[in-house]
Ligand binder design. Structure first.
Ligand code: FAD
Length: 283
């Protein structure tokens, strides 16, 4: 699957997350059924940073791969894991026919002490990528950050580690969400100069409520351009108008990216199939 995608100039993929409660799974499968009608190139499934709910990621990835017959990508974080934990998840995925993972370090889980975080077995995603490539036959991709990772000293050091991920065997990158395409174009140019040759997939998060912008920006460290801030100020109190304006903003971002030859798009669709379908229709 991955090799086919890597040959193409453009692709459309979605990210979903496993529900927090077990009784919400039926609904999650319905969400996936609807998303599958949009014929994405692949659907990725997030993973809890601590790894304790990894089986849920495997279960959903398996549904995508085996029931919907769409390529699944399972996220995998290593911040709270040892080698055995990682091999167990890798084997579970293999058994389900899921062969593509997004290898991540993850953020410090709330119940992990600073000391445990400092002594983690896999210090960085680079260590996980090396381990997976040496010990499994999974295809491995990785994350990147157009506005740099919040912990990075500089964009150049962050891109140097991105290059290390590629050297360790990452076959593709998916970017953190961003709202200003100019940031993304600058980043891709820098990555290119640093020797990144594998595809970089642009991560787009539609903002459909004003509240979302606060939590999203805090989490991702992405900056909010004036145009988007104005949309939130103008439509924040009017949910349907805000939803429509947020969708239109995301559609404009994607159209501009495609026009500039950046055809690989990953939509952080937040388990919202109706919104995702509206974006696809507008495209
Ligand atoms: P790393 O690549 O390890 O980078 C973390 C920091 O360390 C950066 O500042 C980097 O510059 C630096 N660094 C990298 N390599 C080295 C090295 N070898 N030596 C020294 N410094 C280094 N989180 C989840 O919990 N679950 C998910 O499913 C999930 N999915 C995500 C999907 C995408 C597309 C993205 C962009 C992020 C996702 N995250 C997810 C969030 C991610 O886990 C956090 O951003 C986390 O803080 C960093 O993970 P990473 O793999 O980028 O870390």
């Amino acid at each position: 699957m991955l090799n086919e995608m890597l040959q193409k100039d453009s692709s459309l993929s979605f990210e979903v997350f496993p529900p927090k409660k077990d009784d919400e799974f039926d609904n999650c499968f319905k969400v996936l059924d609807s998303l599958s009608e949009l014929s994405p190139d692949f659907i990725s499934v997030t993973y809890g940073a601590g790894g304790s709910r990894s089986k849920k990621t495997v279960e959903i990835a398996s549904y995508i791969q085996n029931t919907l017959k769409i390529d699944a990508m399972a996220h995998m974080t290593c911040v709270g894991s040892n080698e055995n934990d990682i091999l167990t998840v890798a084997n579970d995925l293999k058994k389900e026919g899921v062969s593509h993972v997004l290898a991540l370090r993850g953020d410090k889980p709330r119940d992990m002490s600073e000391e445990q975080f400092a002594q983690r077995i896999f210090p960085h995603a680079t260590d996980l990528i090396r381990f997976l490539n040496s010990n499994t036959s999974l295809d491995v991709s990785a994350s990147c950050y157009p506005e740099k990772h919040p912990e990075a000293i500089s964009i150049d050091s962050d891109i140097a580690f991105m290059k290390m991920k590629q050297d360790m065997g990452a076959k593709m990158f998916i970017s953190q969400l961003f709202f200003d395409n100019a940031d993304y174009y600058r980043f891709v140019e820098r990555a290119d100069r640093a020797g990144i040759v594998v595809p970089i997939v642009a991560g787009i998060m539609p903002i459909t409520s004003a509240k979302q912008i606060g939590s999203t920006v805090t989490l991702a460290g992405s900056s909010v351009p004036k145009k988007l801030a104005d949309i939130c100020a103008r439509y924040g109190e009017s949910p349907e108008d805000m939803r429509q304006a947020g969708i239109a903003y995301a559609v404009d971002q994607i159209k501009d990216l495609r026009k500039c030859g950046m055809g690989h798009i990953h939509i952080y669709c937040m388990n919202k199939p109706k919104m995702t379908a509206e974006i696809c229709r507008a495209l």
